[in-house]
Design a protein around this ligand. Structure first.
Ligand SMILES: [Zn+2]
Length: 137
């Protein structure tokens, strides 16, 4: 989180598919084994759950997509299609603007205030909800 970041090198219109969130495909069990029990460190991984069966680990065979940061007021969205994740613009992006999408991270546990504090967001958006966790629960 708040890693390098990814920036548009030129203006990009809304609705453009930019890049696949590439990486090694794991089962949730394999992902858990690779990053054992660490709810506290988990958010420093490059895991992206496609669904209940497949997790992408962009630390292995990943591409630049893994450097895209979270925002609560993002200009991109992560779209799952046929078992793959694509980052697409959802509004016009200016040259030099940082690309971001809403991670909307979902934990197995309840999204309690304590859990939210472990996954903080400091994106600075007026609508920042203070966490990268999804709103549900
Ligand atoms: Zn935020």
């Amino acid at each position: 989180m708040q890693g390098l970041g990814a920036f548009a090198t030129r203006a990009i219109p809304a609705g453009r598919r930019l890049i696949e969130y590439a990486g090694e495909r794991l089962t949730p069990a394999q992902a858990d084994a690779r990053y054992p029990d660490d709810e506290h460190e988990r958010h420093h991984t490059f895991l992206f759950a496609i669904d209940d069966d497949v997790v992408i680990d962009a630390a292995v065979d990943g591409n630049e997509a893994r450097f895209i940061n979270h925002s609560c007021d993002p200009n991109c969205d992560a779209v799952v299609e046929d078992g793959r994740i694509w980052i697409e613009t959802i509004r016009d992006v200016a040259a030099g603007e940082e690309l971001a999408y809403d991670y909307a991270y979902v934990l197995e546990e309840r999204h309690s205030p304590a859990a939210k504090r472990r996954y903080p967001c400091r994106c600075g958006a007026a609508t920042c909800r203070g966490t990268i966790l999804a709103k549900k629960r």
